[in-house]
Design a protein around this ligand. Structure first.
Ligand code: ADP
Ligand code: MG
Ligand code: MG
Length: 248
């Protein structure tokens, strides 16, 4: 089974068709870049995949299993993880505490910020390993509010890793990140993908998308215009006239 399968997804809100006839198969281990102008429906598509929004038409499958009517937490338990356009960190908690809460939520223990963490417990070990993987182990003791944007994004990715997702949705991971931090964050995403995880990434930095993606999906007015290799998408005349010709 593909890791993720969208079959003829449609979404209407009031009279507006936000998504129409979106079909996509993502094999396990693939990294798909999702591009398109603002308002194209990229975040809404992620909401449909994660269960935040219910499609009015079509089917969502994770690992071959129909999850179209499953709530968010059931999809997360089935191996789906996502980041949001806005930060999901608890600002007054430490870096390790933030990641430990994510690990604890996944492990099913009662997540508590009040109980002092024992260094040896499973959630703490998993949180430390996740911070190691994103190169943030040295900041484990820092308060989350004191982190730079790029560091926050890395910690958010560590929170995802701690929840052991098989399919990861990243919504504009480079947004708000200074250009000096883009290469390091790009390497973190590359490492996520090398770890065998399936990744869908909405991103406006074209050099990041082209550098990371196995395939690129182009959205425009709620439709999927093309899904192809980065080279083929860049050369696609329909894509060029609909999107690449506009100011990106
Ligand atoms: P993107 O992430 O590609 O910028 P979005 O998925 O956020 O686009 O939005 C797609 C379109 O759907 C936009 O026109 C937006 O205004 C509209 N939209 C998104 N969510 C809602 C909602 N809950 N109610 C009404 N319109 C919405
Ligand atoms: Mg968006
Ligand atoms: Mg690849």
């Amino acid at each position: 089974h593909p890791a993720l399968e969208l079959e003829r997804i449609g979404l209407r809100i009031g009279g507006a068709r936000i998504l129409r006839d979106v079909s996509l198969r993502v094999p396990s281990g693939e990294l798909v870049g999702v591009i398109g102008p603002n308002g194209a429906g990229k975040t809404t598509l992620f909401n449909v995949i994660s269960g935040v929004a219910k499609p009015t038409e079509g089917v969502v499958r994770l690992g071959g299993q129909d999850v179209t009517t499953e709530p968010v937490h059931r999809r997360a338990a089935a191996g789906l993880g996502r980041t949001f356009q806005t930060s999901s960190l608890f600002p007054t908690l430490g870096v390790l505490e933030n990641v430990r809460l994510a690990a604890q939520a996944h492990l099913g223990g009662a997540a508590s910020v009040f109980r002092a963490p024992r260094r040896t417990d499973a959630a703490t070990a998993r949180a430390r390993a996740a911070l190691e993987e994103v190169g943030m182990a040295h900041r484990a003791g820092a308060e989350a509010s004191g982190l730079a944007h790029g560091e926050k994004r890395k910690v958010e990715i560590a929170m995802l890793i701690a929840m052991e997702p098989r399919v990861i949705l990243l919504d504009e991971p480079m947004a708000g990140v200074g250009s000096a931090d883009v290469p390091a964050l790009t390497e973190v995403i590359r490492a996520l993908h090398r770890g065998g995880r399936t990744v869908l990434m909405v991103e406006h930095h074209m050099d990041v998308v082209l550098g990371l993606a196995d395939r690129v999906a182009v959205m425009h007015h709620g439709e999927l215009l093309a899904v192809d290799t980065p080279e083929a998408v860049m050369a696609n005349p329909t894509v060029q006239s609909a999107y690449l010709g506009e100011s990106v």
